[in-house]
Write a protein that binds this ligand. Structure first.
Ligand code: ADP
Length: 239
C-alpha cells in the first residue's frame, strides 16, 4: 500500500526551495503547529555522521556532504522508506529536502500517493540566500538553527536569530557551530546544483497537478504566521 495519510485524506507537505531558504525552520514550526511528523533527509544524514567511528560508507557520505553534492538516490530512498515505516498510516508528513532531483520524485511516486501532496515552494533572492547561509549557525548537539546576519534591503527585513545568551543553544545549551557545507565555495556549488537538479522537480509537481504554494518570506521568521494561515486556508478549502 502506498504510504500516505489516506485514512483522513491529510496531504503530505513537501517543503521545497533552495539551500538556506528556510525549509527546516518553517517545516519545524509547522510540524508542531499542525501536528505532522517530519522527514528531513539532511538532518537524518547529519545524525548518521555524528558517530565517532564512521564506516567506509559513511565516510564517503561525509565527503559528498562536504562537497555539497547529492547522496545517491538509493541511500536516500532507504532513509525515506525506513522513516516512513515507523509512522502510522494516518499521520501527515512534512518532507524537508526531498525529493531533490527528478529521479527521486519518480521513486517517491512509486511509494507515496504523491498526487495527494501539497508543495510549499519557498523563494528568496540568491544574494539573500548566500548571506543567510554564511550567517547560519547550528547547535552541535540538537541541530537547532540560528542566524547571525541582519538583512535589510530591497524589501527584505530579516533580523538575526540569536541565542538568548548570545553563545550557546537555547534548547540544550550545546555549542553553536558553522556547518561544514556552509562555506563560501560549497554554498556556491550547492546553489548551482539546486538550479540544475532540484528546480526541475517543480515541473514534475506541476505536470502532476499537485498544488503548489509559492511563498517569499521577506521578513524571515516573522512571516511564519502568514504562511501557516495560507496553508490552513488551502487545506480547509480543499485547494
Ligand atoms: P540544505 O537544504 O541547506 O542544502 P540539507 O540539510 O537539506 O541542506 O542537506 C544537506 C546535505 O545532505 C545536502 O547538501 C546533500 O549532500 C545531502 N542531502 C540531503 N537531502 C538529500 C537528498 N534528498 N538527496 C541527496 N542528497 C541529500
Amino acid at each position: 500500500m502506498k504510504q500516505t495519510a489516506t485514512k483522513f485524506k491529510i496531504p503530505n507537505i513537501l517543503m521545497f526551495g533552495a539551500p538556506g531558504v528556510g525549509k527546516g525552520t518553517y517545516g519545524g514550526m509547522l510540524v508542531k503547529d499542525i501536528n505532522y511528523k517530519s522527514i528531513a533527509t539532511g538532518d537524518a544524514i547529519r545524525s548518521f555522521l555524528k558517530k565517532d567511528d564512521l564506516t567506509p560508507e559513511l565516510q564517503e557520505i561525509q565527503a559528498i556532504c562536504r562537497r555539497g553534492d547529492l547522496i545517491s538516490d538509493d541511500k536516500i530512498m532507504q532513509i525515506v522508506n525506513s522513516s516512513l515505516s515507523s509512522l502510522k498510516h494516518f499521520e501527515g508528513v512534512i518532507f524537508d529536502g526531498f525529493p531533490r532531483n527528478v529521479a527521486q520524485a519518480r521513486l517517491f511516486s512509486d511509494i507515496i500517493d504523491i498526487r495527494s501532496s501539497y508543495v510549499v515552494n519557498l523563494e528568496l533572492d540568491e544574494s539573500v540566500l548566500i548571506e543567510k547561509l554564511g550567517g547560519r549557525r547550528v547547535c552541535k548537539e540538537c541541530g537547532e538553527g540560528y542566524n547571525f546576519c541582519n538583512i535589510d534591503r530591497n524589501g527584505y527585513k530579516m533580523s538575526p536569530l540569536l541565542p538568548k545568551n548570545g553563545k550557546t543553544c537555547d534548547c540544550c545549551g550545546g555549542e553553536l557551530i558553522q556547518r561544514e557545507d556552509d562555506n563560501e565555495q560549497v554554498i556556491a556549488s550547492r546553489l548551482e546544483l539546486y538550479n540544475k537538479e532540484t528546480q526541475p522537480v517543480l515541473e514534475i509537481f506541476k505536470s502532476m497537478e499537485i498544488p503548489i504554494l509559492n511563498f517569499e518570506p521577506k521578513n524571515g521568521k516573522k512571516d511564519y504566521r502568514k504562511l501557516l494561515e495560507r496553508i490552513q486556508t488551502d487545506f480547509i478549502s480543499g485547494f
